[in-house]
Ligand binder design. Sequence first.
Ligand code: HEM
Length: 183
Amino acid sequence: MKSSSTKYGSVAVTIHWLSAVAILAMLGSGFRAASLTDSAAKEAILMFHVTLGLVILVLTLLRLFWWWRVDQKPKPVAGDPAWQTLSAKGIYVLFYLVILGMVASGIGTIALSGAGSILFGADVGPLPNFSEELPRVPHGLGARLMVALFMLHAGAALYHHFIKKDGLIWRMWLGSDDKGTGL
Ligand code: HEM
């Protein structure tokens, strides 16, 4: 379950891929909701968006706890230039900050607008205009920063896989086998 010096363990791998899929679904559903004018369709998407957002919060807290108390990360990839190792670390930290900031600003937007009782309570009626709420501003900016981080992170993984061909991606996969990468 725990990581070794060369490979992430099954708990870290599972949280990583679940979070990746969930965050992509959050970006898709968030931008879709924001583009909709039909209140019923927006409501359905936002119910999904808010619920999955809370699942991401749980996954992220679990992940932070796992690294803080239980597990240790594998060593950085040998031979990578220092700036790449440092920027990879910076991107991980930014991911945590942006995820937590998105969840907080999302909850703030719902709470201040009173939409919670329309989405999950007994109230019926059109959704409020979210753009009138202050936390909606950092939520929109954070979403764009998240897209940029995602592209940098996935771009770096693809660079290792297809250009350096060092099999780095298998460090973040289930199983004890290093697929002959020697990393
Ligand atoms: C990792 C977590 C999250 C991500 C990646 C995310 C992503 C997004 C994106 C991309 C948008 C559209 C932004 C825009 O077009 O400017 C959005 C809008 C929104 N999100 Fe989130 N979100 C997250 C968490 C949450 C949570 C936890 C809640 C509520 C509890 C929430 C509530 C909302 C609301 C109310 C909107 C506004 C929709 C509208 O303007 O019609 N989000 N989100």
